[in-house]
Write a protein that binds this ligand. Structure first.
Ligand code: CAA
Length: 330
């Protein structure tokens, strides 16, 4: 068991001998050319939980990051979020308070919190968007960034539900060779998984670089086709919606469903805890988008339950608003 955990932890540098010994191998991307990522400068758009987390893990692994948002208030909140996450990590690294502070300062020194997108993008080797899950906003963002960026710059989306190809509809044909998906999980510093997505226009060397970047920031990388929801959300979202439908029918309470899935299936959080954690609006808009617009439309499995719609419309979005399926102390 211990050995399996150790392999999972270092899966990306696992040796062939070790692979045969591991019953449940976590190795993916065997056709990826493993090379050092040939750059250090990254710009991330969107300083919410996902963007902040991606900035943090990148900076902690020696990348220089511009974290861009529309206003200073959002960037200040992001800085606080990253600081509190770094404190948790620093405390685990060492009990020496001076070394903790040094570690935190060093990581933060590699993040430039800015509202100046043009300057940030012009000097970046990779641009990752983690903005709101709205296809038009993402399309317009990349369309406007395309002429500002170097022809070599990689354009990447952290979308959780949209097709990568659709997001980059309006960039130049040349740029379409340099696009891809990197789907992180919340909380990014703690969740080990990264889904890496290649479109039918992505060059193999670009995909290899994205995969190797994932490895370099300590993630376990899996490869997935460019389809809505990729692997995890395609399975996780219907599961959470099904839980809400159970609640609507009165089959069981939210609390009992959560307890059941934690203690009966070994999940770290029950579906309602997870809905509140991720944000009810996030899951609602993913489900709505899939049901109405995407290639998996009209599947009953992804029909947004009315309880979820009502909560979102009332502004009860989960932890971030103080109330979702549960009450949360601010
Ligand atoms: N930064 C750094 N470390 C963090 C952290 C953060 N923001 N949040 C939690 N941690 C660490 C803690 O320090 C702690 O570490 P140790 O075990 O080494 O002490 C560990 O995570 C556990 O944290 P806690 O003890 O505070 O709380 P917990 O045991 O309840 O775990 C949790 C919290 C990690 C969030 C856990 O409940 C969990 O894994 N939940 C499921 C999360 C999940 O499913 N995420 C995916 C959501 S879907 C998604 O993200 C996709 C999308 O597109 C929206």
């Amino acid at each position: 068991m211990l050995r399996r955990q150790a392999f999972a932890r270092f899966n990306c540098i696992i040796t062939p001998k070790a692979i045969t010994r591991s019953k449940y191998s976590t190795v993916s991307g065997s056709d990826v050319a493993r090379t050092k990522v040939p750059f250090k400068n990254i710009t991330i758009f969107g300083s919410g939980m996902m963007g902040s987390g991606i900035a943090q893990v990148s900076a902690a692994n020696e990348y220089h990051v511009n974290l861009v948002d529309l206003n200073k208030g959002a960037l200040d909140r992001s800085q606080q979020y990253i600081l509190s996450s770094l404190k948790r990590i620093a405390r685990k690294k060492t009990t020496d308070e001076r070394m903790q502070t040094n570690y935190i300062d060093e990581v933060l020194s590699r993040i430039n919190f800015t509202t100046e997108s043009e300057h940030a993008v012009a000097s970046s080797d990779m641009v990752i968007e983690a903005v709101v899950e709205n296809i038009e906003i993402k399309q317009n963002l990349f369309k406007s960034l395309d002429p500002m960026a170097s022809p070599q710059t990689l354009f990447v989306s952290n979308t959780s539900s949209l097709k990568i190809k659709d997001i980059f509809r309006d960039v130049s044909e040349k740029r379409k060779e340099r696009i891809g998906g990197l789907h992180f999980f919340n909380p990014v510093p703690q969740m080990k998984l990264l889904e890496v997505i290649k479109t039918d226009t992505t060059k193999q060397e670009v995909f290899d670089t994205l995969f190797n970047y994932g490895v370099s920031v300590g993630k376990v990388c899996v490869v997935c086709k460019d389809m809505p929801g990729f692997i995890v959300n395609r399975l996780l979202v219907p599961y959470m919606l099904e839980a809400v439908k159970m609640l609507e029918r009165g089959d069981a309470s939210a609390k009992d469903i959560d307890i059941a899935m934690k203690y009966g299936a070994g999940y770290p959080m029950g579906p309602f805890e997870l809905l509140d954690y991720v944000g009810l609006d996030t899951t609602y808009f993913v489900a709505k988008g899939w049901y109405e617009d995407s290639e998996i439309q009209k599947m009953e499995l992804v029909k947004p339950p009315s309880v979820l719609k009502k909560l979102v419309e009332a502004g009860n979005l989960g932890i971030k608003s103080g109330k979702g399926f549960y009450e949360h102390r601010k």
